[in-house]
Design a protein around this ligand. Structure first.
Ligand code: SF4
Length: 368
């Protein structure tokens, strides 16, 4: 969705970073004292979520720039580190948890490349490996079209050896990143789904072919890649559709360029269901065999998840037997039945992912 209105925190200093952003969004920002003005502006509308997608608030990050991924204590967590550079998204997926996560959601850009650099410096000095991503509370690359942030991050990560940056997206916004000497420290990753799901549930995102073409272009420039099948959505014939997507991945890029593939199935907080019903009238994704999980989210009935996972994993393994495939938020039974093992020790899944990143991205192996 196009950004129609821009607000800016009046306390922000004038910098090249902000001037650049404003020149790209082509809208005169309204200076405001408090985010409450943005909340009021958004909440006045019949559909605050859609309004929020067209309303940018440029501010500074008043909380922690670097955070542990919240994960959950009930399902295996991958020990990811979040670089908190912004919130929300101007694409519009029916299942997007961010619609229900913020009250109301606000598309925020946290200005301050220096602040980010200072925070990263502390991480870069540690004798430990980190996998760091910006795609937890926003899409990492919606910002590439309008800000200097993604380019700055790729350049910054290129200068160290203990961290890998993962930029996760459903866009094809990689143009400014391709010429950078990234030193292998950035993984460009795409969330994938079947064309049917992309067309019906992911408004404003790039097509499957476009995402894979972008991955191919990134690979040609030496970037490492990752793919995320999350959320898998169960519908008649979905198994064959997901297998076709997997085939397309390996027709576009070499298996040696892929650091990992994650899989996870559709899950939702009960309040998201109401949002989907209101905003995506034709969507049927909430109607199926769901049960309430330990984390209070609705999930597909376990045998259905296991059946689809097994098909997808064996298909990936046919093309790339050694590729590291992992679950996002699954339990011991699912891991054992589908993968044949369970990373039960604390930090074990994280360690496996670190190993894959160290090998493919040239991180310091002594820190494993
Ligand atoms: S691309 Fe990601 S962040 Fe953006 S609307 Fe879709 S699920 Fe949400």
């Amino acid at each position: 969705m196009k950004i129609e209105t821009v607000f800016i925190d009046e306390a922000l200093p004038k910098t090249y970073e902000i001037d650049y952003l404003i020149s790209k969004v082509k809208s005169d920002p309204q200076k405001i004292k408090s985010i409450k003005t943005v909340y009021d502006f958004i909440n006045e509308c019949d559909d605050p979520i859609s309004k929020a997608k067209q309303t940018l608030y440029i501010t500074e990050n008043k909380g922690a720039v670097i955070r542990e991924c919240p994960g959950t204590s009930f399902y295996t967590c991958c020990d990811y580190t979040i670089l908190h550079t912004g919130t929300f998204c101007n694409m519009d997926c029916s299942y997007c948890i961010l619609q229900a996560y913020f009250h109301p959601p606000v598309l925020q850009y946290f200005a301050g490349l220096n602040t980010i650099a200072q925070s990263l410096k502390k991480i870069f000095n540690q004798q430990k490996l980190f996998r760091i991503g910006t795609g937890e509370y926003t899409d990492s690359l919606i910002w590439e079209k309008i800000s200097l942030l993604p380019k700055f991050l790729v350049e910054t990560f290129a200068k160290q050896n203990n961290c890998v940056l993962e930029l996760k997206t459903k866009t094809i916004n990689i143009e400014s990143l391709l010429p950078i000497d990234h030193n292998g420290k950035t993984i460009l990753s795409w969330s994938l789904n079947t064309p049917g799901i992309i067309n019906s549930q992911e408004r404003g995102t790039a097509s499957l072919r476009a995402r894979l073409d972008a991955a191919k272009r990134a690979e040609e420039k030496g970037f490492r890649l990752a793919f995320h099948f999350d959320p898998l959505i169960i519908y008649p014939g979905c198994e064959n559709q997901y297998k076709k997507v997997i085939k397309l991945i390996f027709q576009h890029v070499r298996k040696e360029s892929i650091v990992w593939i994650s899989i996870g199935s559709f899950r939702f907080m009960p309040k998201l269901k109401q949002i989907i019903e209101n905003r995506f009238k034709n969507s049927t994704i909430c109607y199926g065999e769901f049960i309430l999980g330990l984390d209070n989210k609705m999930r597909y009935f376990k045998p259905l998840r296991i059946k689809l996972y097994k098909e997808i994993i064996s298909c990936i393994k046919e093309y790339a037997p050694d590729l590291f495939v992992y679950f996002c938020m699954e339990d011991e039974e699912v891991w054992k039945k589908c993968m044949g093992f369970f990373p039960n020790e604390e930090g074990e899944l994280g360690h496996l992912l670190d190993r894959s990143a160290a090998k493919l991205c040239g991180l310091n192996p002594n820190l494993l």
